[in-house]
Every structure is written in structure tokens, then in C-alpha cells.
Ligand binder design. Structure first.
Ligand code: SF4
Length: 374
């Protein structure tokens, strides 16, 4: 067979992780489920593309940047509205921090979202570089933004994606890459490393060639591992899981039940998120106004659950010491938090002991609500 499509950093990684997974995705064309973290990364990358793709300075204002972010927000893959809102806000914070740090000193890059396609020893390879800057000495500086986990300095020095970018830029743009930068957006931490050695470039070339040869020879064995299989969308098509899973025809009763259960679970998560927000707003108003109970047209709410005293780890030993000294250790055996709370609420218990215990803790407001139809 031929290569189903040019190789990229991610398809080479996927083949290395599990050749069967590569086949199911790239040869058989089975789609993976949308993932919220990809959608989030895409949204923030789009906004940074807008930030840097200016014809002339100054940089776009923060308002323009956030407007672009809002208009190009990718909604795919989020669990519910609450999760999507949380990520949307996180992206706004990242972009505001980025603008604060970089807008004033912005220099127009050599290229933004540079799409490349070239061949390595006859193997077609494709990819996209987030940003390429040109240094004063004419050499390039390649920048890759990440919205996910940070990489350690050691990983940045070995990262195959950055090596691929150097190989592509030097093959296609006719100038040397001087620096490779991994910019971690959530922390604004910039790891900068020098150019890759000839040895590292040679290793990547060999890996590209090996991967292409294996694909053309149709070597697609399953390579199960805890990490790969846990997040794999193809379990239903994988022989490793064939005895424990099944692809059920859409008309089957089981398929209908699975889908109904999935829809209900998703709706429950959405409603739980909304209810938690309404509850927090209600508790806030009730506390501020000093109400214990309030009535709507169809429901009443009542603050319930006693306020309690919380003890720091450092004070827990002192609490036990006081209880033992008062001869109450047996009745508050293995002094559990609820029993100590009971003792604190017991007006008949030793007042001095209760005062000493109170002094070791800090009061926490009651945070539950009982709701009853009228
Ligand atoms: S479930 Fe595991 S072994 Fe099967 S295709 Fe996915 S990653 Fe490979």
C-alpha cells in the first residue's frame, strides 16, 4: 500500500504508540471523538494567530484580541456548559496575560501558522509551525505554544515536534534555525533551547523513514498499554478488547439503552452544574440578608446543616489531648469529627472544655440547602 496521507508529528507518534490505532484512524478513517482540550488549544491558537498576523504595528488591543477569541471559540468536546464556561474564562485569562506581557514589544513575525509540506528521503511530511521569528543575524527562532501540560527542560531539549519544525524550516526556508522555543501559555513560561544537533536531526529522519516503511508494509499490530488504551476511542474495533466490548447495531435495544443512559447522564451533569450555581447564589443572598428560610412561589428554602468548627492538622493532636484529659476519650472513641461536633453542640458538656476546643478551631458557615415543594 501507499501512505494514506503525508506523515506528521502526531501520526508518527500515534504509529509509535500503537500501530493498530494509527490504522484505524488514518487508513480506515474511523473518526475519534472530539476532545475539549484540542478545541481549547485551537481557540487560543486562533486568537494568537490574529494577534501576530498584523500588517503594521501597533499590536491589536486587548478588546480586539478577546473579540476575536469570542468569535472563533470552538465548542466541541466539552462535557457540559459549566466546563465550557470554565475553559472559556481560562482562555481569556491566558490571552489577557499574554497581551500584558507582549503587546508593547511586539515585532511582526517572519511567519504565523506556517503550513509546511516537504519530503524526507522521499517520504511526504506535513505540519504547521505556530510562529517563526527572524533574528537580527538572519537566522530563525521557532515558537510552539502549548495549552496543556508543561514540559520539563529535559523534554523540551528532546521534543520530536520541535526537531521536526527545525528540519522543515531549514529544508524549505533556506536559513538556519538558531533557537527553538516552547511557550507554555497557562504559566507564560518560555523554555528556549538551541538548535538541534545533526545527530538528533538524523534520528528523526531515520524514524520518519522507518515509520513510512512499516505503514507501507501494512504492519499494524495492536500494542496495548495502560496509557494508550485508557484514552483510546477505538476499543470497540480492537481485538485486544473484542471479548469485553461490542459494536451494537443502531436498531438494537442495547444501543438505544446505552444512548439514552448517556444522554441522561450528560443532562444530569449539566443540571447538577446549573443547580450548584443557583444554590451558591441563593446561599450568598440568604447569608447576606441573615435569612434562615425564604419562600418562592412554588418552593421554600431553608438553610440547614449546623455550622461547625474545623481544626487544622496542627491542632488535631491538641484536641485529642484535651478530650483525653477530660476523661471523655472513651465516649468520643477514635474522636471522629462528627462526635466532636456533637460534643461542641452539647450545652450540658463541660463549658471550659468546649471553649478550649473552640479556640483551637475556626468556624465554617453551614453550606447546605433543603428544598421542599409547598
Ligand atoms: S485499545 Fe489499545 S491496543 Fe487497541 S487500538 Fe487502542 S491503543 Fe491500540
Amino acid at each position: 500500500m501507499n501512505l494514506p496521507r503525508p506523515l506528521s508529528h502526531s501520526s508518527i507518534s500515534m504509529y509509535g504508540e500503537c500501530p493498530l490505532k494509527y490504522k484505524l484512524k488514518y487508513v480506515d478513517g474511523i473518526p475519534e471523538k472530539p476532545k475539549h482540550f484540542f478545541a481549547f488549544g485551537q481557540s487560543v491558537h486562533k486568537a494568537l494567530e490574529f494577534f501576530y498576523k498584523v500588517e503594521a504595528l501597533p499590536a491589536p488591543s486587548l478588546e480586539e484580541l478577546l473579540k476575536n477569541y469570542r468569535e472563533n471559540w470552538v465548542t466541541l468536546g466539552y462535557r457540559d456548559q459549566a466546563q465550557e464556561a470554565e475553559y472559556f474564562q481560562q482562555g481569556k485569562d491566558i490571552l489577557a496575560g499574554y497581551h500584558r506581557r507582549h503587546a508593547a514589544a511586539l515585532r511582526i513575525p517572519y511567519s504565523v501558522e506556517y503550513d509546511f509540506r516537504f519530503t524526507v528521503d522521499g517520504v511526504p511530511v506535513t505540519g504547521k509551525v505556530d510562529r517563526i521569528d527572524r533574528q537580527e543575524d538572519g537566522r530563525f527562532c521557532v515558537v510552539d505554544y502549548k495549552t496543556g501540560k508543561a514540559l520539563t527542560a529535559g523534554r523540551v531539549a528532546q521534543d520530536a515536534q520541535l526537531t521536526m519544525y527545525q528540519l522543515a524550516c531549514e529544508s524549505l526556508l533556506g536559513a538556519e534555525v538558531a533557537r527553538l522555543i516552547f511557550y507554555h501559555l497557562p504559566t507564560h513560561h518560555e523554555h528556549s533551547v538551541g538548535r538541534r544537533s545533526q545527530e538528533q536531526l538524523g534520528e528523526l529522519r531515520a524514524r520518519i523513514k522507518r515509520t513510512a516503511e512499516a505503514i507501507i508494509a501494512e504492519r499494524f499490530e495492536a500494542k496495548p498499554s495502560e496509557n494508550s488504551c485508557r484514552w483510546c476511542d477505538f476499543k470497540a474495533h480492537c481485538p485486544v478488547f473484542s471479548s469485553a466490548s461490542a459494536v451494537v447495531p443502531a436498531a438494537d435495544e442495547l444501543a438505544a439503552l446505552i444512548d439514552r443512559f448517556g444522554e441522561l447522564t450528560a443532562r444530569r451533569a449539566e443540571l447538577d452544574g446549573e443547580a450548584a450555581g443557583v444554590k451558591a447564589a441563593l446561599l450568598d443572598i440568604l447569608r447576606r440578608k441573615g435569612y434562615v428560610r425564604a419562600f418562592g412561589a412554588r418552593f421554600e428554602v431553608q438553610r440547614c446543616g449546623a455550622g461547625k468548627i474545623e481544626f487544622s492538622e496542627a491542632n488535631k493532636k491538641k484536641v485529642i489531648h484535651l478530650i483525653k484529659a477530660a476523661g471523655l476519650y472513651e465516649s468520643v472513641l477514635a474522636p471522629s469529627a462528627p462526635l466532636i461536633q456533637k460534643l461542641l453542640a452539647d450545652a450540658g458538656a463541660d463549658a471550659e472544655l468546649r471553649a478550649a476546643l473552640r479556640a483551637l478551631g475556626a468556624p465554617v458557615e453551614a453550606s447546605d440547602l433543603k428544598v421542599t415543594p409547598l
